[in-house]
Design a protein around this ligand. Structure first.
Ligand SMILES: C[S@@+](CC[C@H](N)C(=O)[O-])C[C@H]1O[C@@H](n2cnc3c(N)ncnc32)[C@H](O)[C@@H]1O
Length: 332
């Protein structure tokens, strides 16, 4: 009896699952995947049956493995993106000897990323637009995984580095008893041509305010500070400064709600997701001397900041997600 080789097995997985997806698209009159200007953003629209999403993942993963097997070690050991250089930078602590971030080197500037953006309003606008178009799955998790209803009536939520307010607006629509202040850099707050508009329905409970999080928090009696996808592009030293600057504004018992990457154990995600997550970790290192943090890294960061900050929990957004929600309380 002849056993099927791995490459043939993989090609069958690709063919069977691609067939399933193609039939589903045809039967439901959905567009074929493409990179055309008006092509679909996602291959399968939200709400498609989970077995179809699984078929897509299986086909993608088998394609990656087949591609690598057919490339062979000779070509794979000299990839276009070679992490050997990054490993050497880490191993010999080269980054600490060059007081510049990769971003600064690549853009021939001595400015940090956000200071650089502030000099190029078009780029800053594009960046803001990308932030406000981020998936709502993460926003729903932020809503579901924190007991918002336990906060006092008219409780104050500060959305630190909240961009154009899309996160606060989402929360404000769901929780009518709370007030929101979105804080960000002047050029972000004053951008009247921003692509995002806060919905009328919540505009009376949501204000925007210029504030640099490297300066002391000007507001008082804050119940919750939301810090969403801020820390992953700052090294610990900067995150500690951001957290310490909050202290004068916090009510005793206030919560810091961090939504950010929460690195999973290796090999617990699908191959494709794992590649994305590890690539993002390396991008953060090479661009910003930063990193994606594991649960212990988050605990350590909080402990190093101030003993009155108590790390309460870290919960993954969903079982197969590389992001999570960390809750820290202020016991000052
Ligand atoms: C990656 S975006 C995250 C935006 C938003 N929190 C979200 O979840 O979509 C980082 C944000 O931090 C803001 N930011 C950067 N440096 C800042 C500073 N020093 N003070 C206040 N906001 C800052 C940026 O303008 C940007 O809006």
């Amino acid at each position: 009896m002849t056993s099927t080789s791995r490459i043939l097995e993989l090609s069958t997985i690709i063919s069977t699952n691609t067939q399933k997806i193609d039939t589903y698209l045809l039967v439901n009159d959905l567009p074929q995947p493409s990179f055309q200007e008006y092509g679909p953003l996602k291959v399968l629209p939200d709400g498609s049956p989970p077995e179809l999403e699984q078929a897509r993942i299986d086909a993608v993963e088998a394609s990656i493995e087949l591609q690598q097997l057919l490339q062979g070690p000779d070509s794979l050991l000299t990839p276009t993106i070679n992490s050997t250089a990054l490993t050497a930078i880490h191993e010999f602590k080269l980054a600490t000897k060059v007081p510049l971030e990769g971003f600064a080197l690549a853009n021939n500037t001595d400015l940090q990323f956000y200071n650089f953006l502030s000099q190029y309003p078009e780029r800053a606008k594009r960046f803001g637009g990308v932030m406000s178009s981020s998936s709502t799955a993460g926003l729903q998790a932020l809503l579901d995984k924190f007991p918002w209803s336990s906060l006092p009536e008219n409780g104050l939520v500060v959305d630190l580095g909240g961009s154009q307010g899309h996160v606060s607006a989402f929360l404000a629509e769901a929780i009518p008893s709370l007030k929101f202040v979105v804080q960000d850099l002047p050029e972000v707050i004053s951008d009247t041509e921003s692509t995002y508009r806060v919905p009328e329905a919540v505009a009376n409970r949501l204000v925007s305010m210029e504030h640099d999080f490297f300066t002391l928090q000007p507001l008082k009696d804050v119940d919750v500070v939301v810090i969403r996808y801020i820390f992953h592009n700052w090294s610990d030293e900067y995150c500690i400064r951001i957290l310490r600057n909050l202290i004068p504004g916090l009510k005793p018992g206030a919560k810091i709600l961090i939504q950010d990457h929460l690195m999973p154990e290796p090999k617990t995600l699908s191959l494709a997701k794992e590649r994305d997550v590890r690539a993002m970790d390396m991008i953060m290192l090479s661009l910003f001397n930063s990193r994606e943090r594991e649960e212990d890294d988050w605990k350590e960061l909080v402990a190093k900041t101030d003993s009155r900050f108590i790390f309460e929990s870290a919960e993954r957004q969903a079982q197969d997600s590389a992001s999570g929600i960390m809750v820290v309380s202020w016991q000052g």
